[in-house]
Design a protein. Sequence first.
Length: 345
Amino acid sequence: MTTADAIIALELGHYRLREQIGGSAYGIIWRASGPQATRDVAIKLINQEQMARALPAQRERWIAAANNEIAFLQSLEPWDERHIVRLLDSGWHEGLPVLALELMGSDLGKQMVALKGRGESLPLAQALAWIAQLNQALAKVHQYGWRYLDLKPANVLLDTHLNTVKLADFGTNRELGSLQAHSYAGTANWQAPEQFFPADGGGYATGPRSDYFSLGALLYFLVAGGLPLRFCSDCGQAYREHHVAGAELLRGRHGGQIPSALQPEEEQRYAAAIPADKRDAALELLRALLQIDPARRPRHAIQISRMLNAVLGVRPARGALDAVDPVLAMRRPSAVNGWQTMQAA
């Protein structure tokens, strides 16, 4: 078992573990000090105790997930890391892959809990700014040929000084080029319907628009003061009680149909937090992202960016250059991005 003060030797340097700052069934995150005169980093290790209890197939999936995450982060150009966590180093420890990542101050889950504890609410402009930044991050993930499939507050890291966010934890990534339904992936409390409810032929038929549903769930969470959608809570409860079989049981409670993702009282709660002059555009955005049918959700990040601008009342100047706009990112050539010939809606 890895403990504090253990030394982890990676490709570029040695790191001394200081304190455990996060963890899950899959991975454990440690704060660690790196080479002299460098800032502390976040060391991500595979959970060895869980590995020892897991079946061989599960162990292989966890190792493959870590290797995929390393490969994805290494493929990014420096300018792609504005809203994606930076990989600083990688290697192996006790036969398992390890990542050294930039250390961020908090995550959106912790931030919302802290605001509630102080009796404060998140300003709407800040919530929309974070959603816009995550839209850019997802555009990068899709541009590089992946679907993310695990957007949730704990995976959105916050720079508390700059009030900017970065997407983290890419072990759930699935290639966009593969059209086959895949095995269960992600977190039930934040999944798109097609991630939680299997396709008719079995497996889960996801795509980039699955990430947009989770973006909508996160938008509601931020604007509603940290309250999750009932749809997401029900899926999470069903999974905790019955694992993947919970999907069929949940459909059974709704006449065999997938339940609605947005309840009337949730629309009202969300609308009440939006100024009257922005309300219609904000509701249009939320409803579009939370469509049960993925074909009815926004087609790409450009469309979401325009809808966000409509909420903010922003009309970009024609021909203005914005280096972080998803439109520009998608026009940038990439061997697998598939966006080069995309026509904006």
